[in-house]
Design a protein around this ligand. Structure first.
Ligand code: FMN
Length: 531
């Protein structure tokens, strides 16, 4: 089995799952609606305990919440109400709609195909109104099912090689992804979607944590087998993908764990649970390529984890960035704190819904600038060190932004400028690049994410692929929120991989397309069927 350091598996996965004009036309796959997977994990034998649905409003402006984070050492612990708020606003059901094939339960964060393959689990010490335990979040009942009683945080401390945020966190949320729930539609490309769909959820979670005054940190470095065993997931079907440490206890972990609740630390000591779960559908199709990709990016020991995380340093530069602008630049003009819309994070999350149609009317340069500025101020994560490091870079096709000529641009985050690569009306090309959909052709601006995978794989091995896709999802989630905070619309989109690179070349030569977000004026906010 290949080890994480040999990134051949990630290169192979990436190449094989590229979309192209030919690949989408030669793929015989069709959607078998009689075999559509359930969008929920259900433990029939475990009764969920309901969480409070009436929660306090923080009133914190969404554009502030997405741009900031609470300093890591701030002592704070969530109570049950805060837990409910974090879960509802990141993974809760916010709307439902009937359609010809049944009913869709839309969630707080955008998700490819509305298939919702990400589940959340809590590992916590005793919190106000919540006993210590390992819990599964059940969005349908808005409740928690307790899988284990007692304080199991020491297992996570061990699994993360004593990652400081995990050591001090009263609560860690583990995000898992279930292959079949998304692969039913997207086949082997689903592994990319794990990062995207987990990421949009994390954008909400991080923003809400900030609004609640809780430090939060995304952790991608952990011993996979230990975390999967703690949750007792069937790792051939469902896998832990990311952890989020929430809150901070300045006392050392060992001092805060009640002695009566000392728990196992090693893999062998964690007993299986064997809880029954409801089958997702009649049959499941296995896509071994994804399991291979996941296994090849596994970390096997606390020592390997400790060596994996840390400074993002890629190649010779500390924070990788595009070379300085070589062409004409336009300075961004973001709104100041005093000028920006102050719609609270809770309202903006509930208002959000992927635009299904854009009007071809312009947005302002101030809106675009605010969007880019606020969404890219840094993500607290164990692979983005120092804070502010970024693996993905944003390139734009501008169609209708007042004060900006139509054309292709690169966003130089460090300089606060857009560099023009070429002028022109590229609506048709953008529609083509976005898998021949109308949305990117009609948007005011299409934001393409590009990543130079070579130095990322050199630094992080196969697991760098998880990290780069997850970061793309988080940035996409922040762009969504920044758009809706300004009463604009947005949608994530998929794309023709190599055509995107070609369009932005020579600038993009050697880089890979990782995601696309279209922004503009949505024609109506009503949610229709997924794409
Ligand atoms: C990463 C990502 C890619 C997406 N790709 C497409 C797409 O190619 N076409 C489309 O119409 N919608 C796309 N969507 C939108 C989803 O269909 C939408 O999020 C889902 O139906 C849930 O609806 P909501 O976002 O309104 O809550 C994408 C969403 C995400 C997060």
């Amino acid at each position: 089995m290949p080890t994480n350091a040999n990134a051949e598996a990630a290169w192979n996965y990436h190449e094989v799952t590229k979309h192209s004009y030919t690949s989408v036309r030669t793929n015989p796959h069709f959607l078998d609606f009689r075999n559509q997977p359930l969008p929920f994990k259900i433990y029939p034998a475990l009764e969920p305990s309901r969480m409070p649905t009436e929660v306090r409003q923080t009133g914190v402006a969404a554009l502030s919440a997405i741009a900031a984070s609470v300093p890591a050492q701030t002592n704070a612990a969530p109570d049950l109400e805060a837990v409910a708020q974090l879960l509802y606003l990141s993974a809760g059901i916010t709307r439902q709609r009937k359609y010809s094939g049944g009913e869709i339960y839309f969630r707080a964060a955008a998700c490819t195909g509305a298939l919702y393959e990400v589940d959340l689990y809590l590992i916590c010490r005793e919190l106000a109104n919540l006993e210590a335990g390992v819990y599964h979040f059940a969005p349908a009942e808005f409740g928690l099912r307790r899988l284990r009683a007692g304080d199991y945080r020491s297992v996570l401390v061990e699994a993360t090689g004593s990652e400081p945020a995990i050591v001090h966190a009263p609560l860690t949320i583990v995000c898992t992804c279930t292959y079949w729930r998304n692969a039913w539609k997207y086949q082997a490309r689903t592994y990319r979607h794990f990062g995207w769909d987990n990421g949009t959820m994390l954008a909400n979670l991080l923003a809400v944590a900030t609004a609640l005054g809780l430090p939060a940190k995304v952790v991608c470095g952990f011993v996979d087998a230990t975390v999967n065993r703690l949750l007792d997931v069937d790792s051939g079907r469902e896998v832990a993908f990311s952890l989020v440490a929430i809150g901070h206890d300045s006392g050392l972990f060992a001092q805060t764990a009640p002695p009566a609740q000392t728990t196992p630390r090693t893999l062998a000591e964690i007993s299986p649970l064997g809880f029954e779960t409801v089958p997702l559908s009649r049959d499941e199709v296995d896509y071994p390529l994804m399991r291979e990709m996941h296994a090849a990016s596994a970390l096997d020991s606390a020592e390997e984890v400790a060596a994996w995380r840390g400074r993002t340093r890629l190649g010779s530069t500390e924070i990788p960035d595009f070379p300085p602008p070589a062409g004409p630049v336009v300075r961004l003009q973001p709104l100041s704190d005093a000028e920006m819309p102050r719609d609270p994070i809770e309202q903006v999350i509930l208002r959000r819904g992927s635009s299904r149609r854009f009007a071809r009317t312009p947005i302002s340069l101030a809106q675009l600038s605010t969007l880019l500025d606020r969404a890219t101020r840094g993500v607290p994560a164990d692979f983005l060190v120092p804070m502010g490091s970024q693996l993905n870079h944003l390139t734009l096709i501008v169609h209708a932004v007042e004060g900006l000529d139509s054309g292709a641009y690169v966003f130089h985050r460090d300089r606060g400028v857009l560099e023009c690569l070429k002028h022109g009306n590229f609506r048709d090309q953008a529609g083509y690049l976005g898998l021949e959909q109308q949305l990117p052709a009609d948007a005011a601006v299409d934001i393409f994410f590009l990543a130079d995978l070579r130095p990322i794989f050199d630094r992080f091995g196969n697991r760098g692929y998880r990290a780069v896709q997850l970061e793309a999802g988080i940035l996409a989630g922040k762009l969504y929120l920044a758009a809706y905070a300004q009463r604009l619309g947005a949608t994530g989109l998929t794309f023709y991989d190599d055509d995107v690179t070609r369009f932005f070349s020579p600038h993009a030569e050697g880089k890979s397309a990782t995601l696309l977000v279209a922004v503009g004026h949505g024609v109506k906010r009503r949610r229709l069927e997924p794409e």
